[in-house]
Write a protein that binds this ligand. Structure first.
Ligand code: HEC
Ligand code: HEC
Ligand code: HEC
Ligand code: HEC
Length: 504
């Protein structure tokens, strides 16, 4: 859906490159919102967009002293809460995001609801690491009634003073020790304060959603630009309410947004909303892009953080009640169906992650496995393999038996059934040698048929495989080919199910 909406390129990447030579008497406000901790494009999309390396290339095409970079929140985390086992990796990812924003020269970030996913202490640690301020003019500490963060910043560009204040949606959730004041009176006060301090342009950086931004523009005068977030309302052209411009992007760092002003008159001279596609993979020639190595280091730290989970999980007692059997059991009685699926990319989905060195990234593992986070399923790679007694078998043990260069980097099983079959058979043999009797990794029987504890001797008769089973993972992002204008293309989905139908 987003792609269909978002093809607008008011300024192409090559014209962005040409701007470098220009005198720089411009002020360019770059913005982002609802980044949800994304540093990379997802590895799975047909034509992936986004990524901090492309954002860096796009922004560095303009002179440093012309640039402002603002973010309207939901920057650090994917959701409002993390499970115990996801928390370590989310922290590492957020560190990567802060480091990336430091390098991008961020000037201010309004906090969003997700910023507190790991609690206030972790938020403070990350805010301390940031070279930019997290701001908000209407979030108070409940007890003291003092401001929780800085209310605003004044930026100096091209001889001009630009005031930026933050606003948080009144009814959005906050940690229990914080509260948000009504944004409108606060905004009036902030505009007066910033003008008094000499601001020639005033920007409201808001995390309250598009409708509230329109209200703000209508009810509070003196705001030149509202950089909004939270509702993820992609505005392909700036919205004008009186003299106020409103901008907002979609999410996941997929888009670039920029408003350009003439530095002398502060009149708007240009506006860019563009997908961060492949045309941004080259930056200015004389500048090395630091983002690729930053992302690589973050990914390594995630792998290591989750390796640390192993000891923690093994120290705890494993649940006795297990409702997923996994395909190792199913294949005992359903050999023909199992052999059919061995030749499908599903059965190699975890090998794909190993090949991409993402096998411990639980945000990837959740769709490339069965029973993740569910009762009787598994919580982390540490408990994804079990022996006959239900005790965990370390992934390393299986990998050693499979051969350390298995599978090699860059393997793709999609549309290569023969390769999938050969590698899955090799992997299954290694599981067997390692004494594994249950393996939750890769997409399996119970992803499609559902868990069926007691089968075939007790429990409910397995139901028909439904489209809903598929769309848990085949989302618009991961499988754009299944969707048309944001709606599931039922014919395509049914055809995919037919292709996956087990033989009798
Ligand atoms: C001990 C042998 C055994 C095991 C293990 C077993 N099944 Fe079955 N399964 C059967 C038998 C026998 C039938 C046919 C009787 C019935 O329909 O319940 C059957 C039927 C089915 C059916 C078809 C039901 C229908 O609509 O006709 C599905 C689907 C199925 N099994 C899936 C699974 C899955 C998935 C697993 C692993 C979680 C599994 N089975 C494990 C023996 C087994
Ligand atoms: C648990 C998540 C998950 C579920 C549920 C799921 N898939 Fe997939 N599917 C994947 C992943 C991951 C891949 C890619 C595997 C790889 O290449 O490593 C994939 C790949 C595919 C492919 C391309 C495979 C090929 O061999 O070319 C098709 C087609 C497909 N899935 C259909 C379906 C259908 C139909 C359903 C529902 C009946 C379904 N999937 C359910 C995760 C899932
Ligand atoms: C929401 C579920 C979901 C998540 C989360 C997810 N994937 Fe996938 N992935 C899929 C599906 C579905 C496919 C198959 C898409 C298709 O074939 O249309 C897939 C396919 C892939 C492929 C195969 C591409 C090819 O063409 O061979 C790779 C590589 C991959 N995913 C890596 C990752 C990585 C790395 C992550 C974590 C950053 C991840 N995935 C997270 C569902 C997911
Ligand atoms: C990608 C989805 C998918 C996966 C994975 C999958 N199946 Fe199926 N299976 C289907 C579909 C679709 C049917 C057709 C019946 C239906 O719609 O429920 C089917 C039918 C069956 C049947 C009934 C066959 C018949 O018509 O009598 C059995 C038994 C079965 N599957 C077992 C398994 C076992 C065992 C596994 C794991 C080795 C497995 N399936 C993996 C999708 C899947």
């Amino acid at each position: 859906m987003r792609r269909a909406l978002a093809l607008l390129l008011l300024l192409s990447a090559c014209s962005a490159g040409r701007k470098v030579a220009e005198d720089g008497r411009k002020i360019r406000v770059f913005y982002n919102n609802d980044n949800f901790a994304y540093l990379e494009t997802c590895g799975c999309r047909v034509s992936p967009i986004g990524g901090v390396d492309r954002r860096w290339n796009a922004m560095k095409a303009y002179p440093d002293d012309s640039r402002i970079f603002l973010d309207a929140g939901n920057l650090l985390f994917k959701a409002q809460r993390a499970t115990e086992f996801l928390a370590p990796q989310w922290y590492e990812q957020a560190v990567g995001v802060v480091d990336a924003y430091n390098l991008l020269g961020a000037d201010a970030v309004e906090v969003g609801v997700n910023e507190f996913a790991l609690g206030l202490d972790k938020f403070r640690e990350l805010a301390n690491r940031a070279k930019f301020p997290f701001i908000s003019a209407n979030i108070l500490e409940k007890d003291s009634k003092k401001l929780f963060l800085r209310d605003s910043v004044i930026l100096h560009r091209q001889g001009k003073k630009i005031g930026v204040f933050g606003l948080f949606g009144k009814d959005l959730p906050l940690p229990s020790t914080l509260e948000a004041q009504d944004p409108l009176p606060v905004a009036k006060r902030m505009v007066e304060k910033l003008r008094r301090e000499g601001a020639e342009m005033v920007i409201a950086l808001t995390h309250q959603g598009y409708d509230a931004d329109v209200q703000l523009a209508q009810k509070v005068s003196g705001i030149d630009l509202i950089v909004g977030g939270q509702s993820q309302s992609l505005l392909q052209k700036p919205d004008t309410e009186g003299k106020t411009l409103i901008v907002q992007l979609s999410n996941q760092g997929q888009m670039l947004g920029m408003v350009e002003y003439d530095a002398a008159t502060l009149t708007r001279t240009d506006f860019v909303v563009a997908e961060l596609g492949g045309e941004f993979s080259q930056g200015p020639k004389d500048l090395a892009n630091p983002m690729k190595s930053l992302v690589a280091v973050t990914n390594l730290r995630i792998q290591e953080a989750n390796r640390g989970l192993d000891e923690k999980i093994w120290a705890e007692k494993f649940p006795e009640e297990i409702s997923f059997e996994t395909s190792i059991t199913c294949r005992n009685c359903h050999e023909k169906q199992a052999a059919f699926h061995d030749g499908k990319a599903h059965s190699a989905a975890f090998l794909t992650l190993m090949s991409a060195k993402k096998e411990r990234n639980l945000d990837c593992v959740k769709c490339h496995s069965v029973g993740f986070g569910m009762p009787g399923g598994f919580q982390a790679i540490a408990d994804a393999f079990r022996d006959a007694a239900g005790k965990p078998v370390p992934l390393e043990k299986v990998r050693k038996l499979a051969g350390l260069n298995f599978p090699p980097p860059g393997v793709s099983y999609r549309a290569d059934g023969a390769r999938a079959r050969a590698d899955v058979e090799h992997w299954n043999a290694s599981l067997q040698k390692a004494g594994v009797r249950k393996s939750f990794v890769s997409v399996q029987c119970e992803n499609c048929h559902g868990a069926m504890p007691g089968h075939p001797f007790a429990g409910p008769h397995p139901g028909k495989v439904t489209v809903q089973a598929c769309t848990q993972c085949h989302t618009p992002e991961q499988a754009p080919g299944w969707y048309k204008n944001g709606k599931l293309d039922l014919e395509k989905a049914q055809a995919a199910i037919a292709a996956m139908k087990c033989p009798r």
